[in-house]
Design a protein around this ligand. Sequence first.
Ligand code: HEM
Length: 448
Amino acid sequence: MILLVLSVVLLVALRIFFFWRFQYWEKLQIPYLRPYCPFGCLPNPLINKEKGGIILKRLYRNVRDKGWKHAGIFVFVTPVYLPTNLDYIKNILTKDFEHFDDRGLYYNEKDDPLSGHLINLGGPKGVTMRKKLNSLFTPSSLKMMFQTLNTSIEDLLQQIHSRNTIDIHKLFTCFTIHVIASCTLGLECNIFKEEHLLFESYANKFLVWSRGKWCLQLLAAMYIDTARKLKVRTVPKETEDFFVKIVTKNIKYREENDYFRQDMMQFFIEQKNANTMSINEIIAQCFIFFIAAYETSTTTLTFALYELAQNLDIQDRVRREITSVLLKHQKYSYEAIAEMKYLNQIVDETMRKYPPFLYVVRRCTKDYTIPGEDVTIKKGIFALISILGIHHDEEIYPNPQKFDPDRFSKENKKMRHPYAYLPFGEGPRICIGTAVGKIVTISFKITL
Ligand code: HEM
């Protein structure tokens, strides 16, 4: 009997709690999508196996269909802000960045040292780290990375010519790992030996997320202090050990042998010696450069090749362009790539249709009154920007499932809002490796 009464009391208390939480947006007079107990606006995660970015795209569509410029949604009981108007998005990412200078992601430099990387760092700490790392991506640094890329391309060509059949996935995984390990970790490895398998396996241990890990990450972001007390980890220990070993060994070798190479690792060694970065900070940044570059480049390459195989007219047109530009420049160079307009359009269209990051996130760090609206987003609230939703919005890109590189001709680009294309995010925390990502993808395709 007591058990029954307790259960009823608990159920009633829960009901009142959900009812109270779900009034959040109504009280602020912001339009909102109707939540359901207990998942809020999400489908039941036990039945629905879709990725978060796909669900968010659907919510974005619902908001657009209602003619709203923004809306409140609920992730379980947590209120989340979902802007869909491109001017509102521009304000959050760029114009009013001081109110949203954090992603609100969990990191724990003490118990999970590799989690202290740039993507996770927010607020003044993130801004300071970003300023330091920006110097690694200047045009002159990019030209140097391009030299590394050229060497990898020669190896790649040899491989292609020496085989009758090619496992394209294996080939470009080797290629991207080699380029990225060389550019970001300063390693000189042979791509077509088995070494790349180690990188692939440790990177995937971090990247392949189970449902449980997603929930843990979400909870850790919502209750950062508790998660830190509980020493929650987000980077598997094996992956941490692997990257710690690679980076420390490399630094030690260079220092003991007076080895000098003007690259990222040299920059990090100088920071270490000037006491402006700790060894853990260095390893965390090397780790995220490797992971961010590996995941995004391989995804973009896969989809670009898939679309080229489906669209032979596009393939013919781009082949003609590459041949004529290479004939003019006599060699493959940074300048030649810039001249391959149609090839660049293909990469842009690939990242429109298949953006490697499906959304970007910001956390409000200072109460924010939305310009033109008499409503305030409170400090602590997450804002989600659905890249996939915008890129597949038929009012912005008619017939969005069609692969059409001409959407990115100079004239067509001018007709769109600048925030209608966000594969690299935007604002002061836009992807730091934007140019690198594009060059790796383009180079591979030229070689093929
Ligand atoms: C096709 C290639 C790539 C795509 C589509 C991509 C996409 C993105 C996106 C959407 C963000 C979040 C931006 C935001 O929140 O506004 C991001 C951040 C970041 N990306 Fe990339 N990325 C690519 C390549 C790379 C490469 C090659 C590197 C490293 C060399 C890299 C390193 C980073 C880092 C460190 C951040 C965090 C920047 C910050 O918080 O200040 N990415 N990337």
